[in-house]
Design a binder for this molecule. Structure first.
Ligand SMILES: [Zn+2]
Length: 420
């Protein structure tokens, strides 16, 4: 147990402030107990939080740990000119080269970065077409070594042939037998009808949901119309993929009005990834007609959810009806997605202690303006995940960060050399 002494608590839902002492219990169902007497905290580890703010930690609705070793990678020989070429020359080249050791280090460095940014839970979408078997368990263990909660899936796709799609389904089925997770699909344009049908059947049998990229680029819709005489959401709905409250639709940029109404009527969730969309020049997300079940993600760009929320607002408010409160609501929606679907690792005992030096008062009334214009990842001072201290004074305490970074550099060099 941890005893947070003399901090200022900010309720993540009501934004109420109060000076308090908090006792943090361990474990997946661990609670937080307010106004505890310092004399009655037993052998809890005491952390002085005076002058600091304590709030619920953060979570990422759509991430790709597998891309972690791409940071600074040499550019492809031919400069990609559209989204499909970006996939073919960068991401599908990288993911085909990954082996299990590279995946382990990708998971570890992603989890470390999440931890230092105050993100204690990650919904991840993994791809490694030539190292599928066991890849999800390796990622899960890497996240757990650092102390990060996870909801993983394998990105099943026919883009490398039916045999590899079959292996993706088998890996997913084996993983879902022992752990919480989702049934991942790459995107409509790389998933044939047979694979889509099997994925939905697996999600149904395992009481899970689908996690898929949807209309990230206009080409996904064009392909769907050409091959299936349907638009992407219509195709997914017909196949049964939208029936699950666990289903996650990443991006949803190029939906027409009918598709938007289908998403709104379904129990599925949408994840907005503003910086990735800007980077890939694929368009800008708008929530028009799509309903309120929208979360935020980073799409593998980085692991900083404060930055992701700020980008969602700064770029988004030019195109979308998104104000300060709506940005924060989307930023926090991931907790509702996780708890309403009964996933573990999202309890009250996931906290960040912020060392936020501000030249102006921070209060309940102006919290949202500080959140969007003042907060930054380096304000994250301590991080508690599942009741355990994983970051202390901005340093990881669950793992040896320097050693893992050195190992990752070796694996990154191997990966870059092996890539064609
Ligand atoms: Zn993605």
């Amino acid at each position: 147990m941890i005893f947070l002494k003399n901090g200022t608590w900010i309720d993540w839902q009501t934004l109420e402030f109060k000076k308090t002492n908090i006792l943090v219990e361990d474990g997946p169902d661990g609670k937080i107990l307010f106004d505890r007497d310092p004399e009655e905290t037993g052998n809890a580890r005491e952390i002085n939080c005076s002058g600091k703010f304590i709030i619920r930690s953060f979570a990422n609705g759509h991430h790709h740990a597998y891309s972690a070793l791409a940071l600074g990678m040499p550019a492809p020989k031919k400069n990609p000119v559209n989204f499909l070429e970006i996939l073919q020359s960068i991401w599908w080249n990288l993911d085909k080269t990954l082996d299990l050791e590279m995946i382990r280090l990708s998971g570890l460095v992603t989890a470390m970065s999440c931890a230092k940014n105050g993100v204690t839970f990650v919904i991840d979408h993994h791809a490694s077409p030539f190292a599928i078997e066991g890849s999800l368990e390796i990622l899960a263990q890497a996240f757990e070594e650092v102390g990060i909660g996870h909801l993983l899936c394998y990105e099943i796709s026919d883009r490398d042939g039916h045999e590899i799609a079959r292996k993706g389904l088998a890996e997913t089925a084996a993983y879902l037998e022992k752990r919480q997770g989702l049934v991942g699909l790459h995107a409509s344009f790389t998933v044939g009808d047979d694979t889509l049908k099997q994925a939905v059947a697996l999600a149904l049998a395992a009481n899970s949901g689908i996690h898929i990229h949807v209309a990230e680029d206009k080409s996904d819709e064009d392909d769907c119309i050409r091959h299936y005489q349907n638009r992407v959401i219509g195709r997914l709905e017909s196949a049964g993929a939208l029936q699950f409250s666990k289903t996650i639709l990443a991006h949803c940029l190029h939906l027409d009005d009918h598709e938007r109404s289908l998403v709104k009527r379904s129990p599925a969730w949408v994840v907005q990834n503003m910086e990735s969309n800007l980077n890939n020049s694929v368009g800008v997300f708008t929530s028009k007609g799509i309903g309120s079940q929208i979360m935020l993600g980073t799409d593998g760009m980085h692991s900083d959810m404060i930055r992701s929320a700020q980008a969602a607002f700064f770029a988004g408010h030019n195109f979308d009806s998104i104000d300060y409160a709506e940005t924060y609501r989307r930023f926090r929606n991931v907790h509702h997605y996780l708890s309403e679907n009964g996933f573990i690792g999202n309890g009250a005992n996931n906290l960040v202690v912020l060392d936020y030096d501000t030249p102006t008062p921070l209060t309940s009334e102006n919290f949202l303006r500080h959140f969007l214009f003042g907060f930054k990842a380096s304000d994250v001072f301590h991080v508690i995940s599942g009741g355990k201290l994983i970051v202390e004074n901005r340093n990881l305490v669950s793992v040896n960060e320097k050693e893992i970074l050195a190992e990752a550099q070796v694996q990154a060099a191997r990966l870059w050399k092996k890539m064609k």
